[in-house]
Design a protein around this ligand. Structure first.
Ligand code: SF4
Ligand code: MG
Length: 326
């Protein structure tokens, strides 16, 4: 089967003083129909900027090149009007902060009905109201009739995110892009929202892209994972394979920073340093200033992607038989 969504050599550059600096430096990835792809990386890694740009939502003045195909159709260069039509119908998105995406002076019911009718202008109000009720049930919000008459501030953060998910799937999308959907929520609510998303994904056979800074979120929920650092995919693998034998030191660092997987003195491991600022890319491997495994070659030469059985990592020492780095 051909991929539902395929990104090839996507680059997003921002102009400053007549020169361009790339925030996204040639990302390639794909999502098959009904598949869950996790994209993980620190904030500023380019993971959100890249996926937003792929859907035509780049900031003003950004330069986007490469290819983004959805269901065989090229999206890069498509008129904004066409992209807008796709977003909200066949491609849906949810973000970290549901409150800022909801209208505070409209009831939740009105907003869902509006979302339903935006892409189904011929649907009657009555049918759209029925659909709104079904959608709340789909995301497990109890007492839908009472809830539909309420305003966003009467909902908890978790309930608001359920509403956003309901609105996102209102028009039966094929692809849902969720950018840090649980980051603003506390841990127990995070788990509930992930359950709702996972159940919906399975039931509606959605292609799902889960963007997160927390690799732990992806453990039970992604089929494959792409690890992004400094605007590039540095590792890509099936989720079990990624956790079992991470090939890139950055991925090993991310795994070690997952609270439940840390055994050392219950002190949370973190990767020292910060990602390079836009336009301040170090020579050689972009990760070398922070890498505990860096060798001489890393300061001179950017590693290319090494692949082994569908598992790819961009590190000079990935999958080396003599590898002893922890
Ligand atoms: Fe570290 Fe070198 Fe691998 Fe980069 S190429 S991740 S610096 S070991
Ligand atoms: Mg982000």
């Amino acid at each position: 089967a051909s991929p539902l969504f395929e990104v090839r050599d996507l680059r997003v550059a921002f102009g400053r003083n007549g020169t361009y600096a790339e925030a996204v430096r040639g990302i390639s990835l794909h999502v098959d129909p009904g598949e869950v792809l996790g994209i993980v990386g620190e904030s500023g890694s380019g993971k959100s900027v890249g996926m937003l740009a792929a859907l035509g939502l780049q900031p003003e003045g950004a330069r986007v090149t490469g290819s983004v195909r959805f269901d065989g159709r090229e999206l890069v260069g498509l008129p904004r009007r066409e992209l807008r039509k796709l977003r909200g119908s066949r491609i849906a998105m949810i973000f970290q902060d549901p409150l800022s995406s909801l209208n505070p002076v409209m009831t939740v019911g009105e907003q869902i009905i509006e979302a339903v009718r935006l892409h189904n202008p011929d649907m009657s109000r009555h049918a759209a109201a029925d659909r709104a009720r079904d959608l709340l049930a789909l995301v497990a919000i109890p007492q839908p009739d009472r809830r539909l008459a309420q305003y966003p501030h009467e909902f908890s953060g978790g309930m608001r995110q359920r509403v956003m998910i309901a609105m996102a799937v209102a028009n039966d999308p094929d692809l849902l892009i969720a950018d840090e959907p649980t980051t603003a929520l506390d841990v127990t609510v995070q788990a509930q929202i992930m359950e709702v998303l996972a159940e919906l994904q399975a039931r509606l056979k959605l292609g799902l892209i889960l963007i997160t800074h927390d690799l732990g979120v992806l453990a039970g929920h992604a089929d494959r994972v792409a690890v992004v650092y400094a605007g590039q995919v540095v590792e890509q693998a099936g989720v079990d394979d990624l956790f079992a034998r991470p090939g890139h030191p950055y991925t090993r660092g991310l795994i070690a920073s997952i609270p439940d997987m840390t055994v050392q003195n219950d002190r949370l491991f973190s990767i020292d340093g910060t990602p390079p600022a836009l336009g301040q890319l170090p020579a050689g491997c972009a990760f070398h200033p922070r890498c505990i495994a860096a060798g001489e070659i890393c300061r001179r030469e950017a590693p290319s992607m090494r692949e082994e059985g569908g598992h790819a990592a961009a590190c000079h020492f990935a999958f080396a038989p003599s590898e002893t780095i922890a």
